[in-house]
Design a protein around this ligand. Structure first.
Ligand SMILES: Cc1cc2nc3c(=O)[nH]c(=O)nc-3n(C[C@H](O)[C@H](O)[C@H](O)COP(=O)(O)OP(=O)(O)OC[C@H]3O[C@@H](n4cnc5c(N)ncnc54)[C@H](O)[C@@H]3O)c2cc1C
Length: 291
């Protein structure tokens, strides 16, 4: 199917994009990489009155280290982030997660901001940003505001952004050197959306105990979920198999999956526990103890 005819405007900068959104109202949609929006339009699941194309807004295309954090502009292509040495060094979980997002051709066009603004609870990037306590920088008619990830994702395909706001950037805290990271997914085929995914970042202190742990899951609720209870079990503990089991056992109470054609809710719940256990064990295995 082809998308229906739609009005089109191209923004030259962020302010122009905001002004166009304001002018055209809630039925206008930002067009970034088009990898989610265009298929939705083709299936008539999205019927925007006008597309505001931000592909020429070069000021939103950057990867930067900034005061102990990694700042990525919303229009940065997913593939550019996946292969960036700066990203691999600061937040090594990010390239690993991106490797699971669709196929290289999708990631060549798809943007970091598009994936986050789309807010699919099955997506990897919203879960990663939630798990790492990232922040979303949003530009609107009243200027810029910053929203923490757990407040940004408010429901399936729904964020805390106003219709006349543009997602400008995401900020992620740098992970300490030696942090082990892992992404574990259950998907029917590589490149498909995961049925359930779990992500872990673990740093061990000089005595081998966990001094930093960040855990998240996708496909298990209407929003991406940071697994606070499991993190609390691991924090400060020696990451033995028993402790990792105990952390994974908390997952079922932290999530609220629904069933669909791919898997019933009970299966997603069981898989989330298993994938968290595997992700934590792999992250511990990969972490380098800091003297
Ligand atoms: C075959 C295929 C497989 C895929 N598999 C996966 C997968 O496994 N995991 C996964 O996470 N994703 C997957 N995707 C989706 C992909 O990651 C998309 O790139 C992403 O969801 C949307 O990014 P985009 O830049 O293409 O945004 P678009 O499709 O252009 O936009 C998506 C939505 O976000 C809004 N938007 C975009 N940018 C902004 C902005 N800066 N400010 C405000 N609103 C904005 C748009 O208005 C629209 O509502 C897949 C896509 C395809 C086609």
């Amino acid at each position: 199917m082809k998308p229906p005819a739609v009005k089109y405007a191209r923004a030259g900068d962020v302010q122009e994009a905001v002004a166009l959104l304001r002018e055209h109202g809630a039925d206008a949609k930002v067009l970034a990489g088009g990898q989610s929006l265009v298929p939705l339009m083709s299936f008539r699941l999205a019927r925007p009155s006008i597309l505001i194309d931000i592909n020429r807004v070069g000021e939103l295309d950057y990867i930067r280290e900034d005061n102990g954090s990694l700042l990525i502009g919303a229009m940065t292509r997913q593939r550019d982030v996946e292969i960036s040495r700066t990203v691999a060094d600061a937040v090594p979980l990010l390239p690993q997660a991106l490797h699971h997002v669709g196929h290289v051709t999708n990631r060549n066009r798809g943007t970091i901001g598009g994936s986050l603004a789309h807010a699919d609870p099955a997506s990897e990037l919203p879960a990663l940003v939630t798990g790492l306590a990232g922040e979303l920088v949003v530009e609107g008619p009243k200027g810029s505001r910053t929203i923490v990830a757990e407040d940004f994702f408010v429901g399936t395909f729904t964020t805390a952004m106003e219709p006349d706001e543009v997602l400008a950037a995401v900020r992620l805290p740098r992970l300490p050197a030696g942090t082990g990271v892992a992404v574990e997914e259950l998907a029917r085929r590589h490149g498909d959306f995961a049925i359930v995914a779990a992500m872990a970042a673990v740093h061990l202190g000089s005595d081998g105990s966990v001094d930093l742990v960040r855990l998240a899951a996708s496909g298990v609720d209407s929003v991406p979920v940071r697994l606070h209870a499991a993190e609390a079990v691991l924090a400060g503990a020696q990451p033995t198999a028993e402790v990792i089991d105990a952390a994974a056992a908390t997952v079922a109470d932290s999530i609220n999956p629904t069933g669909d054609v791919h898997a019933p809710a009970s299966y997603r719940r069981d898989m989330a526990r298993l994938l968290v256990k595997r992700a934590v064990a792999a992250a511990v295995e990969r972490s380098g103890v800091q003297a």
